[in-house]
Design a protein around this ligand. Structure first.
Ligand code: LP5
Ligand code: MN
Length: 259
């Protein structure tokens, strides 16, 4: 019997940058050989290592990524985007260049008969109070407008400093603090009235199933991608037309083979 078609794919945390050529190529292969087979691609944050503003679309590397996304959307595949903590400055120029639709975080999608809460996941890391304070500040529209009014080179210098600060801050934080908070997750399930959630950010790929107040809940965490390391990693979640949800590991997928 024929397999039901896959209707949607979900990825996050590729952290694309020019210094990660294999990861970048894997993303291009994924677009051309996997995402081209489905109706919808959901990018749930941190596609880029950082995004300094849509005027950085002129950068040849960024343009090559945007062009690859545009080639996919031109074939009729819908691309949806939820911002991550590294690329929340993506705006309408990027959306127009790539043919993608920017979604709010969280967003409720209806796919394969499921109602699914989609989020990046950083907003649920409520135990990380230093990060929550930082997030609250940089997500303000006025603050972003001020930042975006700075010259691009100055913005990149500031971001490089923040990346350093972030690396150092993370050394002082426990793994528990940097994971999502169980109550924040339950609150999000309650607020959306869904029984299914997909998010990224924590780089702890998993399928968590549990019961809360008699309600069964399933939370999928997406993997990050790094093909430029000794043990390459990455993957995505696929939902088939019949509602089946599959976790796909890039190492087992054989995507590198010619189509
Ligand atoms: O990103 P990652 O994986 O290293 O860690 C995240 C949290 N860190 C961040 C910061 C980003 O990495 C920095 C790059 C952002 C680029 C965005 C575009 C431009 C914005 C410009 C802003 C000025 O998101 C990290 C979490 C971790 O995930 C796990 O969840 O712990 O949080 C932090 O490291 C935050 C620190 O604890 C506190 C912030 C220190 C910086 C203080 C400067 C204050 C300036 C305020 C701006 C007006
Ligand atoms: Mn993130």
């Amino acid at each position: 019997m024929a397999q039901p078609a896959t209707v949607a794919l979900f990825i996050s945390d590729l952290h694309l940058s020019q210094s990660q050529p294999r990861t970048t190529q894997a993303f291009f292969n994924f677009l051309q050989r996997r995402a081209n087979q489905v109706q919808e691609l959901y990018i749930l944050g941190d596609l880029f290592e950082y995004w300094a503003g849509d005027d950085d679309l002129d950068n040849p590397y960024n343009k090559s990524v945007a062009d690859a996304m545009r080639a996919l959307s031109n074939t009729g595949v819908k691309i949806f985007w939820i911002a991550g903590n590294r690329d929340f400055l993506v705006g309408t120029a990027f959306a127009n260049a790539t043919g993608s639709v920017l979604l709010p975080d969280p967003f409720i999608a209806s796919i394969g008969g499921h109602r699914i809460t989609l989020a990046h996941g950083d907003a649920q890391c409520t135990d990380d109070t230093a990060y929550m304070a930082f997030r609250q500040q940089v997500r303000q529209a006025q603050w972003q407008a001020t930042f975006l009014s700075l010259p691009l080179s100055q913005r990149k210098t500031i971001i490089a400093g923040l990346r350093n600060d972030s690396r150092q801050a993370k050394c002082t934080k426990s793994d528990d603090i940097m994971d999502v908070n169980a109550t924040a997750i339950d609150d999000l399930f309650d607020a959306t009235g869904t029984a299914l959630m997909i998010h990224g950010h924590t780089h702890r790929p998993a399928r968590h199933e549990y019961s809360s107040g008699g309600r069964q809940r399933v939370r999928y965490v997406l993997p990050d991608w790094n093909l430029d390391t000794d043990v390459p990693r990455g993957g995505w979640i696929a939902i088939d037309a019949d509602g089946a949800i599959r976790r796909c590991n890039i190492a087992e997928d054989g995507m590198e083979q010619p189509p």
